[in-house]
Design a binder for this molecule. Sequence first.
Ligand code: NOJ
Length: 538
Amino acid sequence: MEKKWWHHSVVYQIYPRSFYDSNNDGIGDLQGIIQKLDYIESLGADVIWLSPVYASPNDDNGYDIADYYQIMDEFGTMADMDELIAQAKQRNIKIVMDIVANHTSDEHQWFVEARKSKDNPYHDYYVWAKTPNNLRSIFSGSAWQYDEHLGEYYLHLFSKKQPDLNWTNPRVRQDIADMIIFWLEKGIGGFRFDVIDLIGKIPEQEITENGPKLHEYIKELNQKSFGRYDVLTVGETWGATIEIGEQYSNPKNNELSMIFQFEHILLDQQVDGEKWDLAPLDFIKLKQVLSKWQTELYGIGWNSLFWNNHDTPRAVSRFANDQQHRVEAAKLLATITHGMWGTPYIYQGEEIGMTNVRFDSLASYRDVETLNMYNERIKKGYSHETIMESIYTKGRDNARTPMQWNGSAYGGFSTTAPWINVNPNYETINVEQALADPNSIFNYYQQLIQLRKANDWVVYGTYRLILENDKNIFAYIRAYQEQEYLVYGNFSAQNVRFDIEELATVRREDIILSNYNETQLEQKMLQPFEAGIIKLVN
Ligand code: NOJ
């Protein structure tokens, strides 16, 4: 496999609205990010994935773009953006832009024109129907919205203010390619393509994900724009299977560098239900799913490694423990992903173990998906309490509370009340605390990242799951050039037996990293949420 710079990278995702507010209007901004670049550099990440910063009316916090060539007023100006790219570059950090091209805002000039008349040249930039079918919006209700003036319906797979673009129209595809080139010419390090698996939709047949022309469109975009630059591209693909993952990320196909697959993210919901229909996580399945992507894509494509992002609950709350064992648990999750084969993504705040939030009142919630779901389910007869439990467990605002920088008011994010409340635990969980504590989660992430940067086995080694049926332990072996390494973690709050005698004798000096200062490995025991990496010596 041809080596690529992003094989060794670790990506840090920023949700700008909630990262750092430099002008104290309650909303994060680009100058805020610039002020925190040293922090990201000190963590060791070398790529920033920036959630959308383009002009937007913010129905979906920037995932509804009104102008791809302008910066959102609340975030700053194009000059700020240029400065961010330049300042990041000085620190050897690349900026990955978020391209939302499945849909635009209804306030985008294309849609404003499209609505004027059926023979307007932009009408065919969007998807229209005389009568709606059963397609449902991912944000609740019908995916069709009636336009009185035209007497027809437009498609919106997300909110009403996010009309879907018509990718069968070559002019749409050309305009998107031109826009991507505009950003490439600014020296961008790559792109994250929002819900890219929806662009090949055939709405009249109710096909949305993985439509027949999807890969053809991606290849065309690659060939017309980013394929000519040495950049990282990652597609958001909720419906990807291994076979589809190979298609996207096999370099021979000239599509994308890698994808985000979501199989492990879809495990704690009821079969055939929505994400709000809660179900316990099947740990054995979790191991199977993640391991399948490790082994089956190996040597063919490339993996993205992540536990959470701006659309999901906080990893430590969802997959481990956000109470008594929060610190060990956060380090355990980090060990498991950062020990794997692929490119790790860290979502802002993950590196200090930020947790889910439980706001008392629905009025404190901001997310359009959450609010639409609440209204729909109340109408269907669900109780307020049941819905709130779903929101506490799965709501996207869990990930969107402001970054907790210190223990002062609003967590040091801003000096005025932020657009969404801070998680009340900011007084104990914050960056200032983490930087002062040698045993902090932040410090542990730094070590994991350095390990990856310094060792090819982390980047290129093979993967083998062991103890497949163990209900508490996630353990696997990475092998590279005759040497093996064991990555392990106990996902329970109890001491558990960890017997790896057949593999190796565990010697203290072979422990590369551990989230406990004192291990009991020699006694074949793992403590609550204990994790680590050992060099195996026979
Ligand atoms: C996926 C994005 O990550 C999410 O935040 C957004 O709401 C939808 N796509 C629609 O753009």
